[in-house]
Design a binder for this molecule. Sequence first.
Ligand SMILES: [Zn+2]
Length: 462
Amino acid sequence: MGQTTRTTKLLFDFSGRSQGGANPGKREHLAATVEILNAARRFYLDFFLAHSDKLTERVKVISKKTGEVREGVISADNLLTWAEFQTIETAEHPNPLPDWNFSKAFPAFPNRYRRSVMKDVIGKARGYLTTLRKWQRSGKKKGKPAIPTASNHPTLYAGTFTLELDALDLRKSFIRLKVYTGSEWVWVHYPTLYNRYFGRRRVEPGWETESPKLILGKQSATIHCLQSKTITAKKIVESKRDPDLVTVAVDLNVKQLAVITVRQHGVIKETRFVSDQGLDQHRYQHLGRVAKKQGQSGRAVKGERSNQQLWAHVRQQNVDSAHQTARAIVEVCETYPGCVLVFERLRKIKASGGSKSKRLNRKQANQLKGKINQLAKEKAYAIGVVSVEVNPHGTSQYCARCGCKGVRFTYQAGQRVTGKGGKLFACSACHYECHADFNASVNVHHSFFREFHWQPRAQKSG
Ligand SMILES: [Zn+2]
């Protein structure tokens, strides 16, 4: 039994196409909202750093499970309640700390937004204090951790903001949202790009809805709907005993992003190649431009994309193709209920050597592999399919049919050319020839069942 989560995104529609409540200030309201949220974060960051003793206070904690009493660091919830008492005006408590009166500084600030801001800042401030203490203990002079800033969220772009919402006020094609106009807080209807995919995922049985998140950018807004599901899956050891077990093996590569082979009763039943559709080449060209620009002075040229934009583009393409490939892998798994998904433990292609753009491109290819691996495992788990990793030793060098060592080769102008980078594989013992990545993918099954002598002995079974 386990738990898995997933996110479905709903974009706001700023195309102007939709006439729903024509309010020209809607975009500007978002920018103003991001700004005031940042100011609120600054407020609480300063507040917590001024009360750093409280952040690390040791309190008695009673375990809910055992009733045991032990000492621990004050919980984020208790800290939040304490901070509210110090900073918020209420009927019972009309006088918060005079220097830290949030109610006065930010009148009518929505409570749920404030709590989201506070929770986020508590994490940030604690993280800072921990690294600061480590640094102080290390006795080093250099590398003093910088005081965290309010605006940039580590996982988001600058000027972007994430907010936890209690509930989603979602009507068919728009969302009702409280935003700041620059002078007051108002409810505004935002048209969305509501689609059937989103609608279907929200009501899919077995998925529990968690609190949604609002990701506010200066020009954009997205709702991230979180869902969780409880998974029951067989243990690998149990599955391995099943004589009818289907194994789905994946070999991850650069140009053929994934070669998926399905095996049952010792026979390959299905093969699927997922090509990168020219991504590697495309990315290489972009990174060439990035590398060239890094050598030049920092001034931006009008009409030319900046390195930041190029990176964002490259990253986005990587994410998209990781999702597509992972989906293809899981689609195959879906057709064989109860199957086991087998990966090789990731090998890194060396990023060193060659031109700068080549090195950058290798790094990106490595990251893409890691991302596909991670996403496929998550998506597979969500449908109850367990993944295993096997030792990558030998899968690309040995023959998947007889287990003897072979060579890689390619055809150039009708001539066989043997070489490391060859697309094809030839066995020197049984003269079997096939696509090298297919051969590796089939070997992943052998590795899982430990059928050939080329596998390392000291490997634990999954
Ligand atoms: Zn062979």
